[in-house]
Ligand binder design. Sequence first.
Ligand SMILES: Nc1nc2c(c(=O)[nH]1)N[C@H]1C(S)=C(S)[C@@H](COP(=O)(O)OP(=O)(O)OC[C@H]3O[C@@H](n4cnc5c(=O)[nH]c(N)nc54)[C@H](O)[C@@H]3O)O[C@H]1N2
Ligand SMILES: Nc1nc2c(c(=O)[nH]1)N[C@H]1C(S)=C(S)[C@@H](COP(=O)(O)OP(=O)(O)OC[C@H]3O[C@@H](n4cnc5c(=O)[nH]c(N)nc54)[C@H](O)[C@@H]3O)O[C@H]1N2
Ligand code: SF4
Ligand SMILES: [Mo]
Length: 579
Amino acid sequence: MSNISACPLDCYDACSVVYDKGMLQGDLSHELTQGFLCPHLNHYSAYKPISTARYKGKTISLEEAVTILKHSIRACDASKILHYRGHGNFGLMQGVSDYFFAKLGATLTSGSLCDGAGEAGILAGRGSNKQLDLKQIEDAQTVIVWGRNLHVTNSHLLPYIKGKKLIVIDPVTTKIAAQADHHIQIKPHGDLFLALLLSRFVVINDIEALDFLEEHTEGFQEFYELTQTVRIKSVLESIDVTLGDIGKVLELVGGKRTVILVGVGVQKHREGAAVLRAIDAFAAVLGLFGKKGCGVSYLGASQEGIENPFALAANTVSKVTADFSKFDLVFVQGSNPLNQMPASARVKERFAKARMTVYYGLYENETSEAADLVIPTCHFLQKHDIRCSYGTHHMLKMPQVMERESGIGEYDLMAALCECFGIALQSEQEYLEHFAAFSEEKESGNTVKGRDRIAYEKGFDTDDGRFAFMDEYEFEYVDANKLFLITCKSARSLNSQFQRDRHVYLHPDLGFEEGIMVTVVSDIGEVALSVKHNSNLRRDCVLIYSGVHGVNNLTPSYVSYEGNNAVYQDKKVEVRRCE
Ligand SMILES: Nc1nc2c(c(=O)[nH]1)N[C@H]1C(S)=C(S)[C@@H](COP(=O)(O)OP(=O)(O)OC[C@H]3O[C@@H](n4cnc5c(=O)[nH]c(N)nc54)[C@H](O)[C@@H]3O)O[C@H]1N2
Ligand SMILES: Nc1nc2c(c(=O)[nH]1)N[C@H]1C(S)=C(S)[C@@H](COP(=O)(O)OP(=O)(O)OC[C@H]3O[C@@H](n4cnc5c(=O)[nH]c(N)nc54)[C@H](O)[C@@H]3O)O[C@H]1N2
Ligand code: SF4
Ligand SMILES: [Mo]
């Protein structure tokens, strides 16, 4: 057995992992991993997977569970079956269930709880969502980190930005913000205006890339006119940014090879697509595309250039608004929608109304507790897979490196179902080889074939090959007097997996003593949490991490204007002392 695998988690980094004598270590030879893992994998064995199947609270054998699943599927009209899959494991073989359920005629999901709004904005401007190669980050002179929390969610990128001029735009003084040459502690929701104003001042200061704009873009004049509709003084005041901030950014980027690392933080609003489109526009005005040491990095298309044999046409419902009560059978895989979907109190009620609910996952959580049938999977070291990533071009094999102790892997479960329902399925080996054929071996590690070292060097992927500037946007500031909710990722959990936080973080000046219980209230719902102080927050913000039990009682069920994405930071909140 090989002892090299890859971290299965939904993360920018996709670390290469060495399994040795019961221990997990970061692969020293891997370009990005550089020998270290993060707390999730360093403490991986501390988190105990579900060991036995159960039905209506009673322990059953795995064989019984599979039999119950087969009977339940057979008893339903296929169109009344919902397959709801998340990315608890990022392996490509996870998708084998999409294939089975699509062939069966079941309903799948579309849209995203994650990065879909931003992606829609990028697609509209560039025609594709290509990743920024690590080499370009390495070759940059100035780095703008815009709503991405590098130390927590993307720590393997830190060596790449060392020694560069650093600008951070984040309402929280994160660790990376504290190290920046300039930190703009922007008011949440202010990024669209900041990006528009930055573009305008690039032109006012005569540092726009005239040749690039002429040759590679469309609609610049209309875009410039759009930026002129933003009233400088009042808007800067409302987003808490100064002319000094704008001047500092222009000083650090002017004439410099610049990369912008954007995270999901900026797009958790209805207008999330416009935010990314405006950030891209700022980059285009500076001519940062298609050049060495330049570019905009977001969560890129992880499967670019890979043909997915599991993706078939199917009916879908939105991942954000899926109404479980409308289905006779709900099959949840690799996700914890009862805590991670927005408006989760309503999600929970609706889940209880579905005739039969199945949770197929690794750990216990809100969804496993509520499901009728629980089928344990096995963890990544105990099954074969292969993965790519939204942060790098790497493609890493994940061979089985230890014996299975409990649970059933995705391929084996779907093979049993395909056989029962007369659906043709290739062997696991054939699929693994199919995916591996899209990779090539490089010194820097296995990489997806055919990816551009310098994205958009040969033009954009829009119909006319030019970058399409935006010429309008929709924007609405809500509930001026309440507090902004920031709900981002924590260091100890991967969304709702691993060590979940239980606090609400407030600036000490808000007057709530540490340790007391408060109720955080939005017009969607409420959650009671104990207070911790954090003076890195703005005084108009409340921070509750992703994965905290009940955080999504506060968040709305509607989707972003574009991209069919959840909007976790659209609703403002109040904090009340518990009686
Ligand atoms: N440790 C850990 N790592 C993870 C995850 C995890 O749960 N834990 N989750 C993984 C997943 S699923 C994803 S999608 C990625 C996401 O990783 P990131 O892209 O880093 O996303 P977040 O942590 O949600 O938010 C990033 C930053 O955005 C800031 N922010 C919030 N609102 C705004 C705003 O209005 N404007 C600006 N400019 N900034 C804002 C937050 O303060 C935060 O510092 O991380 C992955 N990695
Ligand atoms: N408030 C708030 N809500 C958020 C976010 C936020 O920042 N704030 N972030 C959003 C984002 S970016 C995302 S991506 C979503 C994530 O939301 P979910 O997709 O629900 O992700 P997790 O909470 O990590 O749950 C992953 C599940 O996968 C299971 N699992 C792990 N490995 C395997 C495996 O190999 N096979 C199977 N079958 N199951 C496995 C685990 O048991 C766990 O139940 O949450 C979203 N919700
Ligand atoms: S940094 Fe990301 S890829 Fe690396 S071990 Fe941690 S979760 Fe896995
Ligand atoms: Mo995500």
